[in-house]
Design a protein. Sequence first.
Length: 254
Amino acid sequence: MKLTTWNVNSLRVRLPQVLDWLEANPVDVLCLQELKLAHDKFPLDAFAEAGWKAEWAGQATYNGVALISKLDASHVQRNLPNYDDHQQRIIAATYQTDAGPVRVINAYCPNGQALDSDKYVYKLEWFMALHDWLKLELETYPQLVILGDYNIAPADEDVHDPKRWEGEVHVSEPERAALSKLINLGLHDSFRLFEQPEKSYTWWDYRRMAFRRNAGLRIDHALVSSALLPSVLACDIDKAPRSNEQPSDHTPLR
């Protein structure tokens, strides 16, 4: 089963890029974040015309997540059931495979803005709720993957300049501890299961020619359950879409 996560930073702007990428990379499930579309504005017809099905949770202007697949989705869950939140950040579904049902969770985790911000407090609270719900999900669905934009760089090797990022969101110890707590449920960072090039990142700021300088962060992840470990054959970063005209500031992790 081939899975990919991509924060597209506006599906309205990036829809042609997503469709072109899918044509060249026919994955089983593509997890999209930051749709920035109201729920009723999702371009279902465009995906259907290309042979794809979709489950989504839209929100005007901000957030929004979607699962794009040619497989039938079942037991769809939108948002965290244990956290009252109007922001659309979670969509999960179960897909039948030759190896049995696989639970795919697509997460757009909060940014946090700054360490002294209310949004940072919200981020840590949200991660606590995600942890508690994910623990139950793993009990129900042993074969589980949670992909998405976590807005956390797990270690200094995932940061182009750790000194530059000291005191900033994405790298603070409470954020990293929250991610580690998720992993300790019995999950594994699929990217780190394999030897990877140094300075591998999934996000680059639009400013200061960050992509050209490879001044990025690895903040998009695919965490797999122990039951799925034998099925994980590869994981890499597709940097090509970051070179598109009007690209997202993220690139796919597959």
